[in-house]
Design a protein around this ligand. Sequence first.
Ligand code: ADP
Ligand code: ASP
Ligand code: MG
Length: 485
Amino acid sequence: MSFEFSAQNSKLFNGLTLVAHRPTIMKFGGTSVEDATAFERVARVVSSHQNSRPVVIVSAMSRVTDTLLNAVQIAAEGASEEAAHTLEANWTRHLAVAENLLSADNKDAAAAAIDGARREIPALLASVATHAMPLRVLQDVVVAYGERLSAMVLAAVLRECGLPAQYVDARRCIITDARHGSAAPLFEDTTTRTRREIEPLLQSSKIPVLGGFIAATADGATTTLGRGGSDYSAAIIGTALGAREIQIWTDVTGVLTADPRVVPEACTVARLSYDEAAELAYFGAKVLHPKTIQPAVEQNIPVRICNSRAPDEFGTLVDAVNEATPRTVKSIAHKTGVTILRINSARMLGAYGFLRALFEVFERHRTVVDVVTTSEVSVSLSLEDTSALPSILHELREIGTVEVEPNRAIVCVIGEGIRGTPGIAGEVFNTIRDINVSLISLGASSINLTFVVAEERAQEVVRRLHHTFFEREEDQRTRNTEHER
Ligand code: ADP
Ligand code: ASP
Ligand code: MG
């Protein structure tokens, strides 16, 4: 068949060219940059994607964010010198990477950045006592050093490997509101600034390297996106640049059928819809930050979760395809540290405005409610963040009586197939029939069945459900067929 060059073909051709020119976002988590060997692995992965116009986003080296947050806490308790001292091991780890992998100018650049942090952070910690800056503002400034350093060191490592990498300060790209510690991006400003910073680099075939998690307000104050927020950074930058794919490189091969720390037999789920991935992340699958999916959905950008230790394995592809078969349940998520509130108000329930009044209390205290169920005279709901609980309880008690149940866990069984398959709930509850269950909810999108159990039973519940849905003989057969496809 001959290929006639028509206006339509030319349009198609331009479209294909454009896709080829769209960048690929490659985000590496803390465990993918834990030491020199891990940095080397990342360099190999980036190198093998050099022709996909990579934009690299990296988290702080593993545990660094924890130690920086801890140092701020110690300084806030009045011991700023001791706080600075706790960070020495961090600097040694960064320097070891530079010593092992870098030479000449690259080593000097990395060492200068590490020395800079080592000098500047003690001064910042000492300033906690003077209250010159509100603690949350200062905390973001200190904690941002983690991602700034790992990104500068990674850029140097990539250059050492012959790749044209260039460090870009993510605070010049992602612009947020001023909610320090869990800031929300302002997408218009972010898109303009990200394009301004990154596109010229891509045009000159450079590989931009940015720290995840960190951002800034329009006035230039440093902010952070919430714990685990580097995945979100990858999605924000990917959306701003119209990426062809957002890759999340971590220490496991994709999204698994359950948390592998609880179920060692858990295996990779080859494909998830955006909705399935969003629900899994929201209900505790730490492999993906809960806010990652939303920006990708808006532009229909596929998200792929891959293993930096096994880069040839395909991992999990998350996209718009709703694949309900061959398995009904795709994964089981769980989240501990949940508190249940039961509000009883025989007088008010059913009265106009009751639910609004109730939820306004949570809105006023900026507290997210996860699961909600109602009965004739009571509303039960679950919270993860209990920092404002005393004030919330005070206000709720004006509406009705309130019981508090701490130390609960949410378990969530997810799969597009749940929507059309009768009997799933029966199978779930039969598997755990001797365990007390509350707050049962079939998610609004009907792709998840969610319920609450006592925290100390959560792992057992997840293991038993995993056995029921993934480890029985017929499931093994299905899995083998899936592999063969
Ligand atoms: P990174 O440092 O790459 O951001 P995270 O620690 O944030 O990595 O996320 C990866 C971890 O998420 C895994 O090591 C695993 O322990 C945990 N996890 C929890 N639930 C799941 C799941 N369903 N699939 C894969 N990993 C999961
Ligand atoms: N370094 C940050 C954290 O530990 C962000 C991330 O790793 O995604 O929370
Ligand atoms: Mg993470």
